[in-house]
Every structure is written in C-alpha cells, then in structure tokens.
Design a protein around this ligand. Structure first.
Ligand code: NDP
Length: 319
C-alpha cells in the first residue's frame, strides 16, 4: 500500500472512463457532448481488441468494411473532436468505498471522479504451460490475425474449438501448408457453419480429444508434444507457430473488492442498464458482456453508460 506521500499527483474530475475500445470511446463521445468533460485512460492496449483484428465487415456504417485498427483511430478522433481528454495510462487500483470514487493510474496518479465508466474489455486466455509463457513472442501467440503473417509457408498448430479458433484456423490455412488444430473434446463448440468450413479445408488437420502437453524449442518454437486424452498416445509435431484461441477473460481483477462479478469474472450490471452495485460506477463493453462481445454491442453499452452517468450526476446535483 502506498502512503499519501507516494502519490505524485491527484486530480478531481466529473467523469472518468477507463478503457479505449468501442465502449470506452463511445462513452467518451456521449459524455463529452453532455458537457461532462470526460477524462479517458486508454489502458495497456489503446484501441482494445480491435487493434489486433483485420477486416471488420459487420460494423454498420462501413459499407466496404474497415480495418480494426483504423476503426479505432476513427473512434479516438471522434471522441477527441468532441472534447474528451484522452490519456495514456493504466488504471492499477480503485477504491469505491466513498464518494468521489478513487482510481489510481500507473500506481502513482490519483484521480477522484464523481462518475466512473469501466470499459476495460477482455483479454485472451492462455493454457498455462511454462513453455507457452517462455516462448510467447517466439512462435507462441494468441492472435493468428496479428502474427500469422510471420509463419507464411510454415507448419503451425492452434488450440481451441470455438468460433475464434475456427476463424483463426481458416485464416492460417491460407498462409501455412498445414494447420494442426488441437481440440480437447470429440466435438467442437464453434457454430455449425464455422465447423463445416474448417472440416472442408483440406490443410486443416484436426486432432480430436487432444491436448498440448508442452511446446518444444529453446529460443523459438520448434514442435509441440500432444497427448490423446482417450488413448494416452503421445505425439510430437514439428511446428514454427503455436496459436492459442481458447477464449477470453474480462479485465475486472482490480474491481473485485468493490463490484459484483459473475463466476467467470464479468462485472454484473443491473439488467437494462449499465449500473453496477456501486452508485456512480457504470460498466460497458466486454468487461460486462460474455454473450454478444461485438464492437457494435460494446459501443451501444458505452453510449448507455454515458447516458446513465449523466442522469446519475444530474440526480445527485453533481452536474
Ligand atoms: P469460446 O469460449 O466459445 O470457446 C473456447 C474454446 O476453447 C472451446 O472450444 C473450449 O473447449 C476451448 N478451450 C478452453 N480452454 C481450453 C484449454 N485449456 N485447452 C484446450 N481447449 C480449451 O471462445 P471463443 O473465443 O471461440 O468465442 C467467444 C464468443 O465469441 C463465442 O460466443 C463465439 O461464438 C463468438 N465469436 C463469434 C465469431 C463469429 O461469429 N464469426 C468469431 C469469434 C467469436 P470446450 O469446447 O471443450 O470447452
């Protein structure tokens, strides 16, 4: 715990937004237009998960599609033009025990805010293997679309059997001679249409009931040792890239002392609103949504959070 003296600076604001994906920037656009003078901290990955995707074809208003990173540049520009104060920095601690709410940025700067909008999104899950951590960035990746290019013409493996894994396997199949897809059960969770596409792609080789035991290689990924969970058979496949696509987890850890979360860690909101259990604290986007997880639904809840915050500030006579 830092003492008061450790805090290098503090500031009081009316509306603090944590996170810079579609939810955070949309909240910033609405809050700025409502004269709440929002301050937005971008977090560790400015622009959020869309910065690690390529084509976005399902966001209304872009009839020809748009690249994910470009879309987030557009969101940021729009929020800045409306007057949002957009800053680089990571929220590292909060104290929601009293009003105004306290949020520490990069462990050193204290922001006190009347209303707080949490839009911290979700992050990729990992298997938890030591070798996965050691070789992360050296052939191990959680984003085929970002890193697949580096493995053109090389053998790769992917773990997972949901829509993300299916989509990424298909993406990799266009770059790599073989995509070795490791599925832990005897069926896939992905939607039927995605499963069919995967099964009809000749260079995606599916290993059913299979788990990755270890990724092999010193300073680069050279192979993966796999085990059939039914037969116990062990096999080593030579690969250069190892992709993990087993889902995401919400970035809600710093709030757990104060806010209600579900069993998977998603922030709970009062149905039909973005209100959390703490008055004046609102949640939007993937940190509170394990069902839809779309850019457009995140933007929608970002809008709701700004409107909820504005109403709450008005009710409390703070705006
Ligand atoms: P999901 O949670 O849907 O799937 C995760 C997959 O990873 C499951 O097959 C799961 O296996 C597997 N898995 C989890 N942990 C491990 C582990 N430790 N070892 C091996 N395998 C593991 O996540 P997704 O990211 O795929 O999808 C999330 C949501 O986003 C879904 O609702 C999905 O439909 C949606 N989505 C839609 C897309 C589209 O429509 N184009 C594209 C991408 C995502 P098991 O099945 O055995 O639990």
């Amino acid at each position: 715990m830092e003492s008061h003296q450790d805090i290098k600076a503090s500031e009081k604001v009316k509306c603090l937004i944590i996170g810079s994906g579609p939810a955070g920037y949309t909240a910033a656009i609405y809050a700025a237009r409502a004269n709440l003078n929002p301050v937005l901290y971008q977090g560790i990955q400015p622009g959020g998960q869309l910065t690690i995707t390529t084509d976005v074809e399902n966001y209304p208003g872009y009839p020809d599609g748009v690249q994910g990173p470009q879309m987030m540049v557009d969101f940021e520009k729009q929020a800045a033009r409306m007057g949002a104060d957009i800053r680089f920095g990571l929220a590292t601690k909060v104290d929601f025990s009293a009003h105004p709410h306290k949020v520490w940025i990069d462990d050193e700067k204290l922001i006190e805010s009347d209303a707080v909008i949490i839009a911290t999104g979700a992050s990729a899950k990992w298997l938890g293997l030591k070798s996965e951590e050691r070789l992360n960035g050296f052939g191990v990746s959680a984003c085929a679309v970002c890193d697949g290019f580096f493995f053109r013409g090389k053998e790769v493996a992917i773990v997972g059997a949901g829509d993300t894994a299916a989509e990424e396997a298909l993406y990799l199949s266009k770059l790599c001679p073989t995509v070795h897809m490791l599925v832990r059960r005897s069926e896939m969770r992905a939607s039927k249409v995605m499963q069919e596409r995967v099964l009809n792609t000749p260079n995606i080789k599916i290993y059913w009931n299979t788990e990755a035991e270890e990724i092999l290689g010193e300073n680069k990924t050279e192979a993966v040792r796999i085990r059939n969970r039914k037969t116990g058979e062990i096999q080593t496949i030579a690969i250069s890239g190892f992709f993990v696509a087993i889902g995401h987890e919400p970035n809600s850890a710093i709030f757990k002392e104060w806010l209600d979360r579900d069993e998977a860690g998603y922030l709970k909101t009062i149905p039909g609103s973005t209100k959390t259990n703490v008055p004046g604290v609102f949640a939007a986007g993937d940190v509170q949504d394990k069902i839809y997880r779309q850019a457009v639904s995140a933007a929608g809840t970002g809008c709701m959070a700004a409107l909820d915050a504005e109403r709450w500030l008005n009710e409390k006579g703070l705006h």
